[in-house]
Design a protein around this ligand. Structure first.
Ligand code: HEC
Length: 124
């Protein structure tokens, strides 16, 4: 009888270890996918990519939405310097959230833009 109880206890303990091990593993996995390196953000290597994938479809050249051309550094910088780009992608302030009519950018892309602006919004 005692032996059976002992076996049951070991079984339960093992199951608990299995459960916590499992949730630990999925936490690690989540943390891994959420890593976002925002040190020394580069306009040419990172920001242009984000704009290309999410903004250029509406904001390049003469036909730009609301006349807001983001297609090169000097044009983009105007809207960065007046605060509109950060407000638009962070959904803060009085500007229309961007990308227009689409879900907010993933947090890593928002953080990358914000970090680049805080780092001086350089043409780097
Ligand atoms: C589907 C088309 C579309 C996409 C994609 C898009 N925009 Fe816009 N954008 C617009 C329109 C339309 C307006 C004018 C909105 C208004 O006046 O309310 C606008 C306005 C803006 C403004 C001025 C906001 C204001 O209220 O003054 C900024 C800044 C801007 N967009 C940046 C961006 C950025 C950065 C992206 C990419 C992350 C982006 N947009 C993606 C259509 C788009």
């Amino acid at each position: 009888m005692n032996r059976k109880l002992l076996l049951a206890a070991i079984g339960i303990a093992g199951f608990l270890v299995y459960l916590t091990g499992c949730s630990k593993a999925s936490e690690d996995k989540l943390a891994g996918t959420q890593t976002c390196d925002t040190t020394n953000v580069s306009y040419s290597r990172q920001i242009v990519d984000i704009l290309q994938n999410n903004c250029y479809s509406c904001h390049t050249g003469a036909a730009s939405s609301s006349g807001i051309d983001l297609s090169d550094y000097s044009h983009f910088k105007v809207h960065v310097d007046n605060g509109d780009v950060v407000s638009a992608v962070t959904y803060t302030g009085n500007v229309t959230p961007m990308p227009y009519g689409l879900p907010q950018l993933p947090s890593c892309e928002v953080n990358t833009i914000v970090a680049w602006v805080h780092q001086g919004a350089q043409n780097n």
